[in-house]
Design a protein around this ligand. Structure first.
Ligand code: NAI
Length: 328
């Protein structure tokens, strides 16, 4: 089975090459280029392609992949909002993903962002490096005994709920399908969650119904001085409204691992570029905002699990079996 990898970074290659030794039937070629309608043409002669969160797996790309005879799209990530699943369905191209490689990796990063933004760790680091040991602007709040509101209590949200519980927080949550394992969590409506939470952490998928769920209206329903963390998908938050809310002093702190205009940035060194849009720069200009570049998944354990499940997905496809990781 021949698989063409797109947008390969060194760490992807290392982790897949290590795992591939156990799968002699699989041959992988690695491309640094990102998947797009143009680069999709390179997939001619391959059985499958492997793409990631910021890959363009939209209508045009899927059409080209179909013309090239590709039968399987392996997403080496959990989300698949960038895949035109209607089109892949029409062409009979199977899409498989890695649903739960390490929920704790993302949840721990969500808490890291909440703590860093709350205690202004980014500012403190720079200040101390410059021999400035003053504390002005560093005042934080305790999480202990505060209320954490988790939006979406699937695998990652549940892990975040457990972390918040461990911090001695009261944990409330909103999900269409409450998680029966979380007996310490009180489920509430979204409006109740917005009104009661001191820390709101987003863990639901990006879909039509969740697009811009954090907007001017929902921000007005939040407590003053709330901390917002998004490690799920940028499209959950309407950035212009978030910026307006930060300017109104609604937020004590904001931690973002994902944001709307991240597509061009994710995993690229753009330090020499003149940025054409100022949204990220505007967000970074606020002292209470911490942004990371979609690194929630980036732990050794998660990378090992991603390569293992992706190759198992490829083998399941090859054997004509279903293993539950299909996107349908
Ligand atoms: P999951 O599928 O286990 O859980 C999602 C939960 O959201 C489910 O319980 C579902 O019922 C709930 N949900 C669906 N619609 C909802 C709505 N309208 N309102 C509230 N809840 C709703 O997914 P998992 O593995 O926990 O991942 C969550 C998200 O995290 C993914 O969709 C992905 O976008 C993001 N992610 C981010 C990563 C990063 O590196 N920052 C890495 C991996 C995932």
């Amino acid at each position: 089975m021949k698989i063409l990898f797109y947008d390969t970074k060194n760490y992807d290659r290392e982790s897949f090459e290590r795992k591939c030794e156990e799968y002699p039937e699989i041959q992988i070629d690695y491309l640094k280029s990102e998947l797009s309608p143009n680069t999709a043409r390179l997939a001619k002669g391959y059985d499958a392609i492997c793409a990631f969160v910021s890959s363009d797996v939209g209508t045009e790309t899927v059409e080209v992949l179909h013309e090239c005879g590709v039968g399987l799209i392996l997403m080496r990530c959990a989300g698949f909002n960038n895949v035109d699943v209607k089109k892949t369905g029409e062409y009979g191209i199977r899409v498989m993903r890695v649903p739960g490689y390490s929920p704790e990796a993302v949840a721990e990063h969500a808490m890291a962002l909440a703590l860093a933004a709350n205690r202004r760790i980014n500012k403190a680091y720079v200040r101390v490096r410059e021999n400035d040991f003053s504390l002005g602007g560093m005042l934080g709040i305790n999480f202990y005994k505060k209320t954490a509101g988790i939006v979406g209590t699937g695998k990652i949200g549940a892990a975040m709920a457990r972390i918040c519980h461990g911090f001695g927080m009261k944990v409330i949550a909103y999900d269409k399908y409450p998680n029966p394992d979380l007996d310490f969590v009180t489920y509430v409506t979204l409006d109740e969650l917005l009104a009661q939470s001191d820390l709101i952490s987003l863990h639901c998928p990006l879909m039509d119904e969740t697009y811009h769920m954090i907007n001017w209206d929902s921000i007005q329903k939040m407590k003053d001085g709330v901390i917002l963390v998004n490690t799920s998908r940028g499209g959950l938050v309407k950035t212009e409204d978030l910026i307006a809310g930060i300017r109104e002093r609604k937020f004590f702190a904001v931690g973002l691992d994902v944001y709307e205009e991240e597509k061009k940035n994710v995993f690229e060194d753009r330090s020499d570029d003149i940025m054409e849009s100022s949204v990220t720069a505007r967000l970074l200009s606020f002292p209470n905002v911490v942004i990371t570049s979609h690194q929630g998944f980036f732990t050794e354990e998660a990378l090992a699990a991603i390569s293992e499940t992706t190759l198992e997905n490829a083998m399941a496809f090859e054997r004509g079996e279903k293993n539950g990781n299909e996107v349908e």
